[in-house]
Design a protein around this ligand. Sequence first.
Ligand code: ZN
Length: 340
Amino acid sequence: MEKEKFEERYSRQILFRAIGAEGQRKLAAGRVAIVGCGATGSALASLLGRAGVGTLRIIDRDYVEASNLQRQSLFEESDAVESLPKAVAAARKIASFNSEIVVEARVEDLVPANIVLLEGMDVILDGTDNFETRYLINDYAVRNSVPWIYAAAVGSYGATLNVVPGKTACLACIFPDTPHGMVETCETSGILNTAVNLVASVAATEAVKLLVGGTGQLRKTLWSYDVWTNEQAEISATKPRSGCRACGERDFVHLAGEGRPHITLCGRNSVQIHERGRPIDFAEMQRRLEAHGAVRHNEFVLKFWREPYEMTLFPDGRAIIKGTTDTGVARSLYARFVGS
Ligand SMILES: [Zn+2]
């Protein structure tokens, strides 16, 4: 973009002294990965996209549903009707308010096998809803010395932590194991959109500080706030914990991905089949499945309804099966209709 237009577009941010014209140019050169584009990821992507971060890589495994619209601010009713993948819908929406930046949509579940998705990024942001993926990001970030920001929102409560490898504590320093009460699912049982936006605002600001070099002002605590009870807490994260598995012993078990299950529970009533090496021809699959139930597809997902189940199939063979929490049932459904 030409200089005048650029400075006009971001004038209110350039006027903010800690950013200035120099900081704005650094933002334009910045590359940020957002892992998970649900509620928190939407808010992060929206804020950073408008702020002019030059490249956003949005990694998400899921598609838009009507129940997302209460809090996932990048999506519209039409996205849910179309079952658009969240990463694709997010990229489209961001292009409508900032066509000058690059948004890379990656419809994938971040796992050790595709960890290259995080390469070349200046900052990694947490828009996930589970600790398994967060520990994976933490392992990668510590191993490669890339800053990342943990962010979580449940109910009326939000928490966030900056991890600057070699300087601050890492996620495993503070939570050696998945903290009690944080259930590992794709969904949570209830959440206020205000808690999401609060924690995303705080985390996005920290990301901007990292990108413009305002690191002296970075928060060095695990900060949490409850928008309903107004309770606030901070835990110091200034120093790495001695003996930490990740940043101390550099034992990256999550990156090694040992014993990762092929099938996992995913949300309150669904199961995910982790498959990446089974390219699916949607048109052909649709013809095959028509005799067995309702089926439709677009360029991104194929949906197949066979009462009481609903299977969503992605082009690489990954599937989310709704209507069961029984991995055996999901496995046999997949084997019968997709392949074993
Ligand atoms: Zn650590």
